[in-house]
Design a protein around this ligand. Structure first.
Ligand code: HPA
Length: 273
């Protein structure tokens, strides 16, 4: 934590020296959704390895680079490969990407993930817009000294998922004829998938989807006033709903099946934001 802010400024200075202009929007890509980045034009890729003070992603399906360029005519920054709580990173590493977006000048972020469906009206391949989350199973991403440059020690979380972004995402879904659901995303620490009892408990609490990412990043966005659009791809029904075991291969398989639709949807949303 010592010199955290100064170190991050050095990371950002390095990134700025490589890119042509400020991104207006950041995008965080979830498991199996990296293909969105292939649609970015006039691209500049920066490996996490090459960025001073940056952590490195360890998961298959998470590339581990920042990609800059034009998507639907907007200059965006895309994180292909994110940092998860279950990998053992300190909290301030997990949300380093969205803070990087903030320091680069972005006004908002689209955060995507693969998630397990808890709401039984969902099925594999459902796209869910996140309208709220439950994140109290892990410490807050902002536990520890406050970085005043980003925001106040105590801050509001009552309107985390930006209403205007949600309205636009709904409008685009309608326009392209995509049946998109909405719901509450619940953070689980991972790396194990949940037990059926944990999923039943989550449903009672009001959760619609279960996942192992997003919440720490969204909390950091809220702290530094970055607008958020959160999107889950339901890659599997959560534990205990169907009579089968969960595994990462299925998560990737469903993400692969839905990704063309997902990419088109996100591209249209980016055009509108
Ligand atoms: N649980 C938690 N995280 C997930 C799941 C799940 O069922 N599917 C994809 N990510």
């Amino acid at each position: 934590m010592d010199n955290y802010y100064e170190n991050l400024l050095k990371s950002v200075e390095y990134i700025k020296s490589k890119i042509k202009k400020e991104p207006v929007l950041g995008i965080v890509l979830g498991s199996g959704l990296g293909m969105l980045a292939d649609n970015i034009e006039d691209r500049i890729e920066i490996d996490y390895h090459d960025i001073p003070n940056y952590p490195v992603s360890t998961i298959p399906g998470h590339a581990g680079k920042l990609i800059f360029g034009y998507l639907s005519g907007k200059y965006v920054a895309c994180m292909a490969g994110r940092f998860h709580y279950y990998e053992g990173y300190e909290m301030e590493k997990i949300h380093i990407g969205v803070r990087t977006f903030k320091l680069l000048g972005a006004e908002g972020v689209i955060i995507t993930n693969a998630a397990g469906g808890i709401n039984t009206s969902f099925s594999e391949g459902t796209i869910m817009l996140i309208n709220d989350h439950i994140g109290f199973l892990a410490p807050s991403a902002l536990r520890g000294p406050n970085i005043d440059e980003f925001g106040d020690r105590f801050f509001d979380m009552s309107k985390v998922y930006d209403k205007d972004y949600l309205d636009k995402a709904r409008m685009v879904a309608k326009r392209i004829g995509l049946d998109v659901k909405e719901g509450t995303y619940m953070f689980f620490k991972g790396p194990n998938f949940e037990t059926p009892a944990e999923i039943r408990a989550a449903r009672i609490l009001g959760a619609d989807a279960a996942g192992m990412s997003t919440v720490p990043e969204v909390v950091a966005c809220s702290h530094c006033n970055l607008k958020v659009l959160g999107m889950s791809v339901i890659t599997n029904m959560a534990a205990g709903i169907l009579d089968k075991k969960l595994n990462h291969e299925e998560v990737m398989e469903t993400a692969n099946k839905i990704r063309a639709v997902f990419v088109e949807y996100v591209k249209e949303i980016v055009r509108e934001l």
